[in-house]
Design a protein around this ligand. Structure first.
Ligand code: ADP
Ligand code: ZN
Length: 806
């Protein structure tokens, strides 16, 4: 009678419900655990799956066997299974998608069909009677097998029937092949000298040399050996045969490149910092609670995080620190590494698949106790979590905006509750949602009201752009007031930061003849001109048009480059300050690996005098010599059709302003805007977060927006505009039929703010209500009915629970 651990529940990474029961063969049982990645037969294919439990099948049935286990250790902990289940339920997603989203990329083993030439096939090509088409295919195949899909998708496509013909003649074979996953353990061969005395026979001088080398250096990787002792290439084999040297396979760790980091000495805390640390630390031994740390920019929040992580480790627990995307990681991870050394693992998008995999395995094998990373680090396979820190908790990058649209900030609280950990959300400008949770007592509030060493907040001066709109060219955005302040700052040998939330050269190219904007062919947005590559580019789909293009309406050849982006500002600044070093920091200049770190280093070491950048420069950097921040245009995001536009603008302005005057010298900010009287701008200028929250909260309450309601957005997209609309109307009708008498509002269907993207038309339906579970039930039922309907098979429907942007 087999015991229960013979049967594994396996969730496969396909959009299916599952899990499915498999038998664990005896030889795999030592390696199979909850969280193990396995290969399983599924229908006629072989797919990747994950063990989520051990239990015999519910009814008598034939079960298939697990083919293999794939990693040195399980990739998630048993404690994470309930988290995955919670996510699947909350975000209305299949469990397989949840696990795939949670784990590092590149893990999927792909089962594919390949076509290879047989010996008779090779000979057939020489036969003059062989038809041309068949000859061509034989040529394409050559000596290496080619994936079937590649042949079918080639240009022009190879017909399936032609392959069949050759298969029937015995010239080609079609077989299944597993392509290995991109992320896997890297192995190397290690040579080690055997113990014991040497036999006198057969040990030449070269062989003796090899043996001596290994005795001195200890076990050595074969690649290193070949490099350091070239004669080893020929001597190693015979020595292994003689039993004088042993070979073994060892796992090597790929570690992300980085500079040498000098360990730091912790400063003594300010009274305020000490107060916060004591309050939060006291909770570490009493289980789940969420704290909201409101701390002005430069108040030393990171130091507080590090002390609390230290306390968690001292209590025998582990810690996760989430930071917003890569810009911040470049700096925060240095500070944490300097404090925690090799007790830390790092997870972010700047790592290669292999590096990320190795960091992941290091965490799963409990070789580190602190994980720092971007949003996906919330899924780090740690056990005994004591503390989860979410730095800059208001930041939009915690929300994943494709596939499974989860919010890592919200998941931090969910995971902490399940594991009895403490959450610390930190921000100078907390989200309205978190501020509200603090006000209503759901979160405990802790404060840092002063900058470290009492440095004052920078003074903010408002410049009304309307007054300068008739100035020539670049002076409409580099106003005389700003240029004057820049000159003074640079003369004192201090640094300037200019912020503009638009990359490229011109964001509004229009036809000089008819005034028509130059739009993308595939999306309903203006193209952006990029001078660096001398072309127009779509920021949604990447579509590219050379600079010498023409108006699609009147065929005019003169395109006027209105609207400015970071490239235009950079060019203008170089014109005005030809002897200063200018660096631009945006998605275009930081796309290449390592380039962001290089720019940041340049700023830190003062090789750069002026930095021009997008919101990438707003976040978290601590550059003591930046004493002037210029906001080129504060209102770019203010007029978006989104209830969070004001919140986002306020946060961004406060964050950018916070970059000024972090060192010993006082900082100042010049904020340029067309709407100096707007209350969002006013609050930012006064550094008055409380006033902003009061006003914004009453506005949200009046219009019944979050945090007073919950929103679920249903997005409908299709290539055909008519079908997209019909589908949206149909789905909306099905939702109305299922709407309870009260408590849920259905808005739409309406065209999405971006009406077409990547050739797909977009509609949306917005559900607003107080009970997310009631809304979700409605959606699940309506979707089931919609799918039964038929006729909408190509239409894509995606569900966004608690959308960040509408
Ligand atoms: P925040 O994250 O709140 O913007 P940081 O943690 O970056 O602030 O701190 C700002 C600067 O003050 C950093 O250079 C940091 O090293 C320094 N700092 C923080 N705490 C202290 C302290 N207690 N004593 C001296 N310097 C400190
Ligand atoms: Zn486009």
């Amino acid at each position: 009678m087999p015991d229960a651990t013979c049967y594994a529940q396996v969730t496969v990474t396909l959009p299916l419900s599952g899990p499915y029961t498999y038998l664990v063969p005896d030889h795999l049982r030592p390696h199979a655990a909850v969280g193990s990645r396995v290969l399983v037969p599924f229908g006629r294919r072989t797919v990747t799956g994950y063990i989520t439990a051990f239990a015999p099948p519910s009814k008598k049935m034939r079960v298939k066997k697990i083919i293999d286990t794939l990693d040195p250790c399980p990739l998630f902990t048993p404690g994470m299974v309930p988290l995955f289940q919670w996510i699947a339920d909350y975000y209305i997603a299949p469990m397989g998608d949840v696990i795939k989203t949670a784990l590092p990329g590149g893990l999927n083993v792909v089962d594919r069909q390949v076509v290879s030439l047989t010996t008779s096939g090779t000979r057939a090509a020489d036969d003059p009677a062989c038809p041309e088409a068949e000859k061509e295919l034989i040529d394409i195949l050559g000596s290496t097998p080619v994936p079937l899909k590649q042949l079918l998708d080639s240009e022009p496509p190879i017909p399936r029937s032609l392959i069949k013909v050759l298969e029937n003649k015995g010239w080609v074979t079609v077989t299944r092949e597993l392509s290995t996953a991109r992320a896997r353990a890297k192995m190397e061969t290690v040579a080690e000298a055997a113990a014991g005395p040497l036999p006198k026979k057969g040990v030449t001088e070269k062989r003796q040399l090899l043996l001596d080398f290994l005795r001195v250096h200890g076990p050595t990787a074969r690649a290193d050996l070949n490099r350091k002792l070239p004669s080893a290439k020929s001597t190693l084999g015979p020595m292994v045969e003689m039993g004088l040297i042993h070979l073994s396979e060892d796992r090597v760790e790929r570690s992300p490149l980085g500079e040498e980091i000098v360990p730091d000495t912790p400063p003594s805390l300010t009274d305020e910092q000490q107060q916060v640390v004591s309050t939060v630390s006291a909770q570490l031994t009493s289980g789940y609670a969420t704290f909201l740390l409101k701390g002005v920019t430069g108040s030393g929040k990171t130091e507080v995080y590090m002390r609390l992580v230290e306390d968690a480790l001292a209590a025998g627990k582990t810690a996760v620190v989430l930071v917003p995307e890569i810009a911040l990681i470049a700096q925060t991870d240095r500070r944490f590494k300097a404090r925690f050394g090799d007790r830390i693992a790092v997870l972010h998008s700047g790592l290669s698949d292999g590096e990320r995999y190795d960091q992941w395995v290091k965490i799963a094998e409990k070789r580190v106790s602190v994980v720092i990373g971007a949003r996906s680090a919330i899924f780090a396979p740690l056990t005994d979590i004591g503390l989860i820190v979410v730095d800059e908790e208001h930041d939009g990058s915690y929300k994943q905006e494709s596939g499974l649209r989860y919010n890592a900030r919200d998941l931090a609280a969910v995971r902490a509750r399940m594991e009895g950990a403490v959450v610390l959300l930190g921000s100078a400008t907390p989200s309205i949602q978190s501020a509200w949770n603090a006000r209503t007592g759901k979160f405990k509030e802790v404060l840092l009201t002063k900058r470290v060493n009492q440095k004052p907040m920078p003074e903010i001066e408002v410049v009304d752009l309307k007054k300068y709109k008739d100035l020539p060219g670049i002076h409409t955005f580099l106003t005389p007031r700003l240029v004057e302040a820049m000159t003074q700052t640079l003369d004192r040998d201090e640094q300037v930061l200019l912020f503009l939330n638009r990359r490229g050269f011109s964001g509004a190219p229009i036809c000089a003849h008819c005034g028509e904007p130059l739009k993308c062919r595939h999306c309903d947005v203006s193209m952006t001109f990029h001078k660096g590559v001398n072309a127009f580019r779509c920021h949604i789909c990447g579509y590219f048009e050379p600079a010498k293009t023409h108006c699609r309406i009147c065929n005019g050849h003169k395109i006027k480059l209105l609207g400015s982006g970071t490239e235009k500002v950079e060019e203008a600044v170089k014109d005005i300050f030809p002897h200063k070093n200018v660096a631009r920091m945006d998605q275009d200049t930081t796309a290449r690996r390592g380039s962001l770190l290089k720019i940041l280093k340049g700023v830190r070491e003062k090789q750069v005098d002026i930095v021009v950048g997008t919101q990438m420069i707003a976040k978290g950097h601590d550059f003591p010599d930046i004493t002037l921040v210029g906001v080129i245009c504060a209102d770019t995001a203010l007029n978006l059709p989104d209830f969070r536009a004001g919140e986002r603008t306020f946060q961004l302005l406060a964050q950018v302003a916070g970059r000024a005057g972090r060192g010993d010298k006082p900082g100042r900010v010049i904020l340029q805007t067309y709407v100096p009287d707007h209350f969002t701008i006013g609050c930012a200028v006064d550094h008055d977060a409380d006033a902003f929250y009061t006003q914004e909260t009453s506005f949200r309450r009046a219009l019944a927006y979050p945090p007073f309601t919950r929103i679920i957005l249903v997005r409908i997209a299709d290539k055909n505009s008519g079908r997209c609309r019909t589908a949206a109307q149909k789905l909306s009708g099905l939702l109305w039929e299922r709407r309870p008498d009260q408590g849920i509002a259905i808005m739409g269907p309406a065209e999405a703010p971006l009406t077409r993207a990547m050739n797909r038309y977009r509609w949306q339906i917005l559900l607003k209500g107080e009970s997310p579970s009631a809304m979700k039930k409605m959606i699940t039922d309506a979707l089931a009915a919609f799918r039964k309907e038929g006729g909408f098979s190509g239409v894509s429907i995606s569900i966004d629970v608690d959308p960040y942007a509408l």
